[in-house]
Design a protein around this ligand. Structure first.
Ligand code: T1G
Length: 699
């Protein structure tokens, strides 16, 4: 029952209920702790402390969660007082006891808010975490000082340096949350406040607890983090901040603030936050307003690696699947492989055993397309051959119910041509999954000329259910990712032919931040894939294009990489990566055949040429409207190609070099090869106007 609605404002509500003062955050969708919320909290705590009727204060969140933390959109801008540390110190310093209710999530500043309260209760299913390190930061509002005061040091270090989400039950076990409550957040807040008054719920100011962090534990953490690649600054600074929790709280908070501000200025913070925002910005597309069609059931055609992966991903999202294969044996094998994938999810703790059983029961593997007559979505994942695909789509046109979405998983074929094989091109769309499709998050949604807006919206809604990062792409050879990949792979081959070893090129790019260099990636994926693409493109390859035959020569030996035990490298010992001497000999022979006298490349030059090729083709992809914005290209490479997350994606990284410098670089390279190295129109425009790719994201 509400006694007095005292102050009501957009982002926070204060009321009293007898002796209980209630503060409700209400800044949807994530109760981000923006300026209005911070000011509201400070005023509310003061107001309730001045209200003699109030004996205890409880803070909770409206909507889905307590709070998702500081407002990320404020970063990099002039800080608006009051700062969050001051607000939280005000809560901890409250003369009257303060209890916080955690429901949904309490992440970053949201958890720090709870830590500054004098007690905490959690609702079932809640999660807590300090993910600042994943944004290139550290908990900057007391998290590094208060968490080690409440839970064991090694747990505090692990939670802060990993940024992982901690289930509320574990948080209770650790002593981070006092106990599990029930009811709505408001009910739990009133109950917890009353428990404080009765003495059932003990309270204490976290900052008044004194601890002596064990140096050996801190140093062990530092050693472990120093070995990580790429070596980012944030995790180590987290440990330095935690080390200061042995000081009195006011001094420890000063140390934390200094370290936080150092990270706030770092390029890693800019890149990681751009990556965080990219994952969300790409959901906003021209077709966002269209109403998605329901997806209650799906059909997958083809039980190969892709079909099995896609079917697994659909089942993981709770979407029943009918998988069609050519004959009962293939259907059975596909069924077994999908079940094995689901069992893997249980083993990795991603899925409970009962969920796994439910999902297996949602899988049917059949022969005959007529089984797909009632499904809402079909995803074709058969051999990459236009004749085969158009034949299947003609059959689907006859069999599937009106309004069924007809998707193709082709990785480069013309979706317009596939759509034209049906009488319903508006229902046809490209759904390019990345292998393994039940693990890789990227999904390129390829919009053909006649694809209906609600079909695009359906693809994005389905991708959301599958926890995929869907990126809208136009129709071209290779869509966004593979089209750009072809370019920087070609430049890597040019450098190989001109004198850099494939080992040096791989290492240079791994030192830059890629998990694997291009030649190692080729060996992993299978060199025959690129070989098939090059053969397909051969008839239309311009005569003046420089062509490197090294990869073809390696493939002609049947060396396709890991799957054949050798490619650029030897794989007798799966742990090592030894250059294949026969591949080195092929490189030497090709240089000799081309009359090339090898030159040396510095690692910096290797990275510069490789990245300039990636950026140039990415600029063309944006210029042609194949990608909706630069950030869409960034998302493709962050979520599908292992681009270093702290660099934020190819075009975010391009802004660090600057368009003018990139134009200059390309003009320099063009002196050696004017056909390949041409300045993209968009890049020249940005250079001339002084604008950036980031500016284009805002348009
Ligand atoms: N600030 C501003 N906007 C945010 C936000 C935040 N912290 N979190 C999410 N949004 C936006 C998001 O961009 C999207 O916008 C919408 O809210 C819904 O998000 C001092 C410095 C909380 C688990 O790192 O993990 O605190 O696309 O789609 O799936 O120490 O958002 O609709 O325009 O993700 O329900 C630390 C980040 C900040 C948490 C909700 N906090 N957020 O997931 O919704 S740094 C984080 C999340 C900090 C202090 C430090 C998730 C979520 P739009 P969504 P969701």
């Amino acid at each position: 029952m509400m006694d007095h609605p005292v102050t009501e404002q957009k982002s926070l509500r204060v009321e009293t209920d007898g002796e209980v003062g209630l503060i409700a955050l209400d800044n949807q969708p994530v109760n981000a702790l923006g300026q209005a919320v911070r000011q509201g909290l400070l005023d509310a705590v003061a107001e309730l402390n001045a209200n003699d009727a109030v004996k205890v204060i409880a803070i909770y969140g409206e909507g889905k969660m307590l709070s998702g933390g500081a407002d990320i959109r404020e970063f990099g801008k002039t800080p608006q007082p009051p700062g969050l540390p001051d607000v939280l110190n005000g809560i901890e310093g409250s003369a009257k006891p303060v209890v916080a209710v955690i429901h949904g999530v309490a992440f970053g500043g949201g958890l720090e808010l709870a830590l500054s309260a004098h007690a905490r209760v959690g609702l079932p299913g809640a999660r807590v975490g300090l993910p600042e390190v994943t944004l290139g930061l550290l908990p900057g509002a007391g998290g590094t000082q208060r968490l080690p005061r409440l839970i064991p040091l090694d747990s505090a270090i692990e939670i802060i340096t990993s940024g992982r989400h901690v289930p509320v039950a574990e948080a209770v076990e650790l002593g981070l949350v006092d106990w599990l409550a029930e009811g709505t957040p408001r009910e739990a807040a009133i109950k917890a406040a009353r428990d404080v008054l009765s003495g059932a719920l003990p309270t204490r100011r976290t900052g008044e607890i004194s601890i002596k962090p064990d140096e050996a534990v801190l140093n062990a953490a530092r050693e472990k983090l120093a070995k990580k690649r790429p070596a980012l600054a944030a995790p180590l600074k987290c440990v330095d901040a935690i080390a200061a929790s042995g000081l009195p709280i006011a001094e420890g908070l000063k140390a934390e603030r200094r370290l936080f501000l150092e990270l706030m200025d770092s390029p890693d913070r800019q890149g990681l936050i751009h990556a965080f925002q990219a994952e969300r910005m790409v959901k906003h597309i021209p077709e966002s307003a269209a109403q998605p069609r329901p997806v209650e059931s799906a059909g997958v055609i083809g039980g190969g690696t892709m079909g099995v992966g896609i079917a697994t991903a659909l089942l993981q999202a709770g979407i029943p699947v009918t998988l069609i294969e050519m004959d009962p044996n293939h259907a059975k094998t596909a069924h077994e492989r999908i079940v094995k994938n689901l069992d893997g999810g249980v083993k990795r703790g991603k899925m409970s055993a009962e969920t796994r059983d439910q999902r297996v029961a949602m899988l049917t593997a059949e022969t005959g397309l007529e089984h797909l007559s009632q499904v809402d979505v079909v995803i074709e994942a058969v051999f990459e051959d236009m004749k085969v695909k158009t034949g299947i789509f003609r059959d689907l046109d006859r069999i599937c119910k009106p309004g069924a979405v007809l998707g193709t998983n082709t990785s480069y074929l013309d979706v317009n041509e596939i759509a034209a094989a049906t009488s319903r091109p508006q229902d046809v769309i490209g759904l390019h999954f990345f292998s393994p499709a039940h693990i890789m998050r990227l999904l390129e949604v390829v919009v053909a000329d006649k694809t209906a807006p609600d079909v695009v919206a359906t693809a994005f809604a389905m991708a959301g259910k599958m926890k995929k990062v869907a990126v809208r792409s136009g129709v071209c050879d290779g869509f966004i990712g593979n089209r750009i990949l072809a370019h920087y792979r070609m430049v890597a081959d040019y450098m190989l032919l001109d004198g850099a070893s494939f080992e040096q090129i791989d290492r240079a790019l791994e030192d830059f931040g890629f998990a694997m260099g291009p030649f190692a990636v080729g060996d992993l994926a299978g060199l025959d894939i690129g070989w098939a693409t090059r053969k397909r493109k051969a008839p239309t390859r311009p005569a003046e294009e420089r062509y490197v035959r090294i990869a073809d020569r390696i493939c002609e030996q049947g060396w396709f990489g890991r799957k054949t035990g050798r490619g650029y490298y030897l794989y007798d010992d799966p742990k090592s990566r030894t250059p294949n001497p026969d591949a080195v000999a092929i490189v030497d022979a090709e240089r000799a055949a081309e009359g090339i006298s090898s030159r040396t490349f510095s690692d910096d030059e290797i990275v510069a040429r490789y990245m300039t090729a990636m950026i140039s083709e990415a600029a063309r992809v944006v210029e042609e409207g194949i990608a909706h914005r630069p950030v869409d290209v960034d998302a493709v490479f962050l979520f599908g190609y292992g681009f270093p997350r702290h660099l934020g994606g190819p075009l975010n990284y391009a802004d660090r070099i600057g368009a003018a410098a990139l134009v200059e670089r390309i003009e320099g390279y063009a002196k050696e090869d004017p056909h390949y190295w041409q300045v993209p129109k968009l890049l020249r425009e940005l250079a001339q106007s002084g604008r950036s790719f980031a500016d284009l994201n805002k348009e």
